[in-house]
Every structure is written in structure tokens, then in C-alpha cells.
Design a protein around this ligand. Sequence first.
Ligand SMILES: [Fe+2]
Ligand SMILES: [Fe+2]
Length: 261
Amino acid sequence: MKLVFIGDIFGKSGRAALISSISDLKALYQPDFIIANGENLADGKGLTEKTAHPLFEAGVDLLTGGNHLWDRADSLAYIAGNTRIVKPLNYPVQTPGSRFFTLEKHNLKLTVINLCGQIYMPPCDSPFTALENILPEIREISPCILLDFHAESTAEKRAMAWFADGRISALMGTHTHIQTADEEILPQGLAYITDVGMTGPHDSVIGVKKGLIVEKFRTSIPVRYESSDWGLEINAVYIEIDDETGQSLHIKRIKEKVELR
Ligand SMILES: [Fe+2]
Ligand SMILES: [Fe+2]
């Protein structure tokens, strides 16, 4: 199977960048599934029905989360009611969102899970234990499994890659909003990248207007964050997985500038 995974879509301009580019991505890569990280859809903070629905309409099959998934209190019921929004599995059971979701199309089945890291991140349970515990249940469904590992620490992501190789098909790192140039297939077929990057405004500090964040660092005075609208890019990864074995065959990093028409 072929799939495209889109890195954290940031705010209104990130959504617009993806919607204007998605037909080109479909034409070029012919993906069976398009998966995107949606924790920053609503002005960088969480997601809402208004911000998620147009992406599903445009052809995104599933949205993964992260530490910001529940930032919008008015949207918790929407997240709870939409099975195609997958939350970090190692968060408390009470948090809304699917534990995992299996996408099905053309007799293909791909299960998507999401975990958060523990290093320099809000508290959560061990992602290693959470993966180990869920695997028997999801491997019954399909050998094709994608993990969005939403984490700050490169070492934690790299360790998870070695832990996951031979057990799942792909580990897509997210959260830092900066794409890494280390995509590879590990020896037992894990497609891996430390961070897919951000789909959104790169003329910014990880999505926020750069002047505000520079002043915050310069003065230590808190500022109200505003999303940037400039320097739009699609940051994503294309993967091919052997449907029978669940091993990845090919990974390609995507980093394209976007001019809104
Ligand atoms: Fe993010
Ligand atoms: Fe995050």
C-alpha cells in the first residue's frame, strides 16, 4: 500500500496550504491513505469540527493528535464522536479520541496509533509499555501499522524506532515542527523519520509570529501567541508498505513551498 503522512498542520494558513496542494499530492503519489497530524489545526491549539471537517472532505482519511489535541474545550465532544481522530494512547483513558483506528480501502487495512514521548513533554505513561500492550490486539487486524510518535527528544524517538522495528510498519516522528533529513528503512522494515515537520507557516518560530517569540526570549515577558501566515510549506512523508508482511519498502521525504492561488 501507498500512503502519505502529513506533518503537524498549523492554523488557518496550514490548512489552506494542504487543501490547495492535496490534489497534486494525490496525483503524484496515488496514496491509498492520507494521514495527518491535526493537533494544531485551530490556530495552533487543538482542533475543532470547523477546522477538521474541510480536511476530511478534501481527502484526509484520519487525523492523529498530540499534547495539544484537547486545547479547545468546546471541541471535546466532537473529538469523542469522531472515530477518525486518534489520540495519544498513553494518556489517561478519560481523554477523548480513538485508541487506534484501522483504515480500510481496496482490501487494504492500515492501523494507525499515536503515542506521546515523556522527555520535555507533559506527563504521560510509558509509550514503550503502551505500544507493547496494544500490539497483540492490533496485529490481529493487520500487519500494516503506522505509529505517529509525538515527542520532543531525538533520542527517545530513535530508541522507539529500534523498539518498533520488526513489530510495526512505520514510525513518523512529530511535534517539533522541524523536519529532519534522516528518513530510512530500518533492517526489519520500519519506515522511520525523527520528525516529519510542519505543514504551515515556516516564516515563524514553529508556527507563531517570529517577532513575538523573539521578544519573549529577549525579555522573558509572556506574550499572546499569534499564528504566522507566511512561508507556507507542505512537510510530509510518502511510504510504500508490503501489504502481506507489513514491512516498508520505500520512504521519501516531502518538503515543498506553497503559494496560495
Ligand atoms: Fe504540533
Ligand atoms: Fe505537540
